[in-house]
Design a protein around this ligand. Structure first.
Ligand SMILES: *[C@@H]1O[C@H](CO)[C@@H](O)[C@H](O)[C@H]1NC(C)=O
Length: 194
C-alpha cells in the first residue's frame, strides 16, 4: 500500500491521542498546574501569574520555593527584554527633550531593577528554610525585589503626563514587568510565611 503523507500524519496524530504514557502523566501534571493556579490566586495579577508559570509546572511540581524562584527568573528574563526595548527607544531621533529625559531615566531605573533582581535571585538560592540565617536572607530578598518594584514604578511615573508613541510602548513594557515582579514578591512572601 502506498503511504500517503496525509494518512501517515493522521495515524501519527491518532497515536498521540492514545499514547498510554501521555495518559499516565496527565493526573500529576493536572495536580501541578492546579497548585500553580491556587498559589497564583494569592497574587495581585493571578491570570498573568498562571500563564507565566504554568509552562514550568513539571519543574515546579508543588514546591513553594521552586515556584517563587521560577517567578523571579521569569521576572528577570522579562526585565532583560524590556531593558533592550527601552535602550532602543532612548536612541530614537526626534524625541522631545522631555521624552528623551524620561526615557533616559527609565534606562537607568530598569538597569537598577535588573541588578536588584539578580541580587535577589542569588540570595534566594542560598536561603534554606529552617536554617538560622533564613529570616535575614529572606528579608534581604524581599528588600531587593521591593527595590526593583520601586525602580519600575519610578520609571512609570516619569511618563505620567506624556502620551506619544514611545511612551505608550515603554508604559506597556514596564506595566508587564512590574506586575511580574509584584507577583514574584507575593510568592516569596507566601513561601517565607508558611
Ligand atoms: C533560574 O535560572 C537559572 C539561570 O538561568 C537556572 O539555573 C535555574 O535552574 C532557574 N531556576 C528555576 C527554579 O527555574
Amino acid at each position: 500500500m502506498e503511504c500517503h503523507p496525509m494518512l501517515a500524519l493522521s495515524i501519527m496524530l491518532l497515536l498521540n491521542h492514545i499514547n498510554p504514557c501521555a495518559a499516565a502523566a496527565a493526573p500529576s501534571s493536572k495536580a501541578n498546574t492546579q497548585y500553580i493556579k491556587t498559589s497564583c490566586s494569592m497574587t495581585l495579577y493571578p491570570a498573568l501569574c498562571y500563564t507565566s508559570l504554568s509552562i514550568y509546572a513539571e519543574k515546579i511540581k508543588t514546591s513553594p520555593k521552586v515556584l517563587a524562584h521560577t517567578a523571579l527568573n521569569v521576572s528577570l528574563a522579562a526585565t532583560k527584554a524590556t531593558s533592550v526595548v527601552i535602550n532602543r527607544c532612548s536612541r530614537l531621533h526626534g524625541l522631545k527633550a522631555i521624552e528623551a529625559a524620561a526615557t533616559l531615566d527609565c534606562v537607568e531605573e530598569v538597569s537598577d531593577a535588573l541588578d536588584e533582581l539578580r541580587e535577589s535571585i542569588d540570595e534566594f538560592g542560598h536561603a534554606v528554610k529552617g536554617s538560622r540565617n533564613f529570616p535575614l536572607q529572606i528579608s534581604d530578598v524581599q528588600t531587593w525585589v521591593s527595590a526593583a518594584l520601586t525602580d519600575e514604578d519610578t520609571c512609570m511615573d516619569g511618563f505620567d503626563k506624556l502620551n506619544g508613541k514611545v511612551e505608550t510602548v515603554i508604559r506597556k513594557e514596564i506595566l508587564k514587568i512590574s506586575r511580574l515582579t509584584s507577583n514574584a514578591l507575593a510568592l516569596i512572601n507566601n513561601y517565607a510565611s508558611n
